[in-house]
Design a protein around this ligand. Structure first.
Ligand code: FAD
Length: 466
């Protein structure tokens, strides 16, 4: 039986990054993945394929709606070839997961294909292509998550679907109904709206993106409405039934009335649940909590001292970069280092267009905590760069402590915000004040100037271009 310093179960961004860092630090490392491709949800059916489809559909929208204003004329009709678009997405996924195979080889990590299950706290059995058993001094559980569902919905994966099926549809829906106005529902909703589907978003809470700053929800809601999506907030779904090719969704509105929606596809995007099926955690004595997450302490260690858990299967934001940070954290902990993660500084991003991104506290959270703060906000439309490219929607909002001027939260919606948020994270990591940001140079003309201007606005209402 082969013996390892560390075995990682699950090869998503948490697991494969943990394995690489363990190997870099000199540990003999194995990774076990039940599917034939590495990369987990993120690379196979999450971050990467959704961004590929968002990019393709964005090009289509640009070509059909915006080329003309730029003086670009295309003779003849511009058409979507969905089969080709999905095939391109798959090629991007294949190339990316292939890259992980390369990284495993480069770092001398042994890859086992099969379902990993604990036999006890130091032995793991593998069922599948590489069936067998390995011994591991330490194990990192990185088994991720699966789409969750409402108890009364039966997902048939044809017409009543999850994000996994929505990434490989064979036709553009005529009317796509989306249950859940969170990140995944909105991103996929925008893809199919751009491709010509009628889209209805049905959200239980009183706004889309309910965990983000309310200003961002409001602005993105406006963008979706402008694109003629029906945004049904404060609607509690009661039933989803399929009759042939038609799906009927019934939901109760604020007034207690039952409203009926009919369409040809219904995407259920009501969140994700931690995944430990088949792991046999109890054989190792590892405790799960009542939400099905693997219980961990502040070192991401389970109740069994040589077993750790990271990523979507533990508490916290279900995000690829959070899982990656945790993978590095556990590897460095095992190597005797003292790593650190500031969970307040894990940014959240929605890759719609305009993009939405945030880090730190929201206004709602600051109010609740009784923190006195000031706000500096700057609209993209006031920037030369935004007008040059025609991306004028949105704003950057900086929240700073009223007394110390320390930046407490940055919330933005607009072009390229997914990348711009990195500046806010850096500034907050080094505990910058709003004035600090306002005093270093930002290249002109760039979208990043909105960050500087918002910082100026937060400092002393000193924005220069509004
Ligand atoms: P996962 O990526 O879920 O990987 C877990 C792996 O473990 C899987 O490959 C699974 O097969 C394997 N596994 C499970 N049990 C076993 C077992 N017993 N034995 C062997 N293998 C096992 N996040 C972002 O940050 N940005 C985004 O843009 C983004 N977009 C998304 C879009 C969609 C449509 C979806 C669904 C998710 C998106 N996410 C995004 C979330 C992101 O994918 C997850 O947060 C991330 O993948 C979690 O990583 P992980 O390593 O914890 O688990």
């Amino acid at each position: 039986m082969k013996s390892y310093d560390v075995a990682v179960i699950g090869s998503g961004p948490g697991g494969y990054v943990a394995a690489i860092r363990c190997a870099q630090l000199g540990m003999k490392t194995a990774i076990i993945e039940k599917y034939s491709t590495l990369g987990g949800t993120c690379l196979n059916v999450g971050c990467i394929p959704s961004k590929a489809l968002l990019s393709s559909s964005h090009h289509y929208e640009e070509a059909t709606k915006h080329f003309e204003e730029h003086g670009i004329e295309i003779p003849g009709e511009i058409k979507v070839n969905l089969e080709k678009m999905i095939a391109r997405k798959q090629a991007v996924v294949d190339q990316t997961t292939g890259g992980i195979d390369f990284l495993m080889k480069k770092n001398n990590i042994d890859v086992y294909e099969g379902l990993g299950a604990f036999k006890d706290a130091t032995h793991i059995t593998i069922e599948g292509k590489d069936a067998g058993e390995i011994e591991a001094k330490n194990t990192i559980i990185a088994t991720g998550s699966k789409p969750s569902n409402l108890p009364f919905i039966s997902i048939d994966k044809e017409r009543i679907i999850t994000s996994t099926e929505a990434l490989k549809l064979k036709e553009v829906p005529k009317h796509l109904m989306i249950i859940g106005g969170g990140v995944i529902g909105l991103e996929l909703g925008q893809v199919y709206r751009r491709l010509g589907a009628e889209v209805t978003v049905i959200e239980y809470m009183d706004r889309i993106l309910p965990t983000m700053d309310a200003g961002l929800s409001k602005e993105l809601n406006k963008v979706f409405k402008k694109a003629k999506c029906s945004m049904m907030v404060s609607h509690k779904v009661q039933s989803v039934e399929r009759n042939g090719d038609e799906v009927v969704v019934k939901a109760e509105n604020k007034k207690g009335e039952v409203v009926e929606f009919k369409g040809d596809y219904c995407l259920v995007s009501v969140g994700r649940r931690p995944y430990t099926d088949g792991l046999n955690a109890e054989a190792a004595g590892v405790k799960l909590n009542d939400r099905g997450q693997v219980e961990v302490n502040e070192h991401l260690q389970t109740n069994v001292s040589n077993i750790y858990a990271i990523g979507d299967v533990v508490k916290g934001a279900m995000l690829a970069h959070k899982a990656e940070e945790e993978g590095v954290f556990v590897a460095e902990t095992l190597a005797g280092q003292k790593p650190h993660i500031d969970y307040n500084l894990i940014p959240g991003v929605v890759y719609t267009w305009p993009e939405v991104a945030a880090v730190g506290k929201t206004e709602e959270e600051l109010k609740e905590a009784g923190t006195e703060y000031k706000v500096g906000q700057f609209p993209f439309r006031a920037l030369g760069r935004a007008r040059a490219s025609g991306d004028i929607d949105g704003f950057v909002k900086i929240l700073a402590d009223k007394t110390t001027d320390e930046v407490l939260g940055v919330h933005m919606i607009g072009a390229r915000c997914a990348d711009l948020i990195a500046e806010a994270v850096t500034a907050m990591e080094f505990r910058a004040s709003a004035e600090d940001i306002s005093r270093y140079s930002h290249a002109h003309p760039t979208f990043a100037e909105a960050v500087k201007e918002a910082a100026l606005a937060a400092t002393d209402d000193r924005a220069l271009h509004v």
